[in-house]
Design a binder for this molecule. Structure first.
Ligand SMILES: Nc1nc2c(ncn2[C@@H]2O[C@H](COP(=O)(O)OP(=O)(O)OP(=O)(O)O)[C@@H](O)[C@H]2O)c(=O)[nH]1
Length: 340
């Protein structure tokens, strides 16, 4: 499932908010100290050091984000309860919703904001009944709460749209990434995809001695087929050939379009004899089926080169060797397999 944002992005957000939090609270602590509000100054100093702590452990993004938020909520609760500097403390609660949504995303952010709102209502209530701070005018707390709810709803709406479009962009880029690995005619993986797989199989061979087999196949006399039946028929032949591969190769094997009328099949965890058996299965399946389009039909055949990948050779040299065997099969009369 899509996460709210990736880890490095979140780390940046957490670092940004902890820096801003530290600078803001430390500056306000200095001001409170100058104004002889020592309790407020001490509270702000403690809060600023908690932001510093959150910054220093910003590698643990979740933990750091939680410290920033709950430090912010605690400070806001304190400002609401005590009035802050001359009753202006509650004004700061408006920064809570954008910060919360940026760190938590929509779902958890909304949950946290509801909890925070309840805490703030409780803060105003306690300030009144315990005579901690007397807000004036009397309607000030209710106005602040209503204004906070409006700002929180707008921030939630913004976050909802942001997540929606961000998800759309991610889905689109995943689709494009997928399309970039597929041959649109046959729907087989393309050369780029298979090359990456070959690199992975090669390192498995080198590290764990897990063998794999490569089959390089080329359609025989394809130019003649195109010339005789037309290009659309040729395309249909390639599509049907891809389906034949699908039915004939092992589940863990990959059949790919290597280019034009050439196909490369990789069979992981296999030796050359298994590759020869798969090639034989493909030859037999093609013999038993005809390619047809409208009133035209014909058999197609393949020439195939089969090799066992070598830990001492590069992938390019493996493919070159399979290509040599493929052309040996062509030279020997086509519709056959040569292997080594
Ligand atoms: N219809 C169709 N033809 C293609 C496609 N890609 C390559 N071709 C054709 O495949 C033919 C390959 O011709 P050649 O390289 O001479 O090979 P061949 O006729 O199969 O002869 P041999 O390899 O000796 O058996 C060319 O005519 C290309 O135009 C494709 O996607 N669709």
């Amino acid at each position: 499932m899509y996460e709210y944002s990736n880890k490095s992005e979140r780390k940046l957000i957490v670092r940004f908010f902890s820096s801003i939090g530290f600078i803001a609270t430390f500056s306000m602590a200095s001001l409170a100290f100058i104004n002889s509000s020592y309790l407020l100054a001490c509270t702000l100093v403690v809060s600023s050091f908690v932001y510093l702590l959150a910054f220093s452990i910003s590698r643990g993004v979740e933990k750091s984000g939680t410290i920033i938020l709950y430090n912010l909520y605690a400070l806001m609760f304190y400002l609401v309860l005590t009035g802050g500097a001359q009753g202006t403390g509650p004004i700061w609660i408006f920064i809570v919703s954008p910060v919360t949504y940026s760190i938590r995303g929509l779902k958890r952010g909304t949950f946290d904001i509801i909890l925070f709102l309840l805490a703030i209502v409780l803060g105003f209530y306690c300030a009144d009944i315990f005579n901690i701070y007397d807000y004036s005018p009397e309607q000030f707390p209710i106005r602040i709460i209503i204004a906070f709810m409006i700002v929180a709803s707008l921030s939630g709406y913004y976050e909802c749209s942001r997540e929606k479009y961000s998800n759309k962009i991610i889905a689109l880029s995943q689709k494009n990434e997928f399309l970039a690995t597929i041959d649109p005619l046959t729907n087989l993986p393309n050369r780029r995809y298979t090359m990456n797989k070959l690199v992975a199989f090669k390192s498995e061979l080198k590290d764990n001695n897990t063998p794999f087999v490569i089959l390089l196949a080329d359609v025989d006399n394809f130019k003649k087929i195109n010339d005789q039946f037309g290009h659309d028929f040729g395309d249909e032949a390639l599509i049907q050939l891809a389906k034949t591969f699908d039915k004939s190769i092992p589940k863990n094997a990959i059949a790919s379009r290597w280019g034009g009328e050439e196909f490369l099949i990789v069979i992981p965890d296999a030796i050359v004899e298994q590759g020869e058996q798969v090639a034989e299965k493909i030859h037999n399946a093609l013999k038993a089926s005809v390619v047809s389009l409208f009133s035209d039909s014909t058999n197609i055949t393949l020439s195939i080169g089969v090799i066992s990948a070598s830990a001492e050779r590069s992938i390019d040299l493996d493919i070159k060797r399979a290509d040599e065997l493929l052309y040996k099969a062509k030279a020997q009369g086509k519709n056959r397999t040569c292997s080594s």
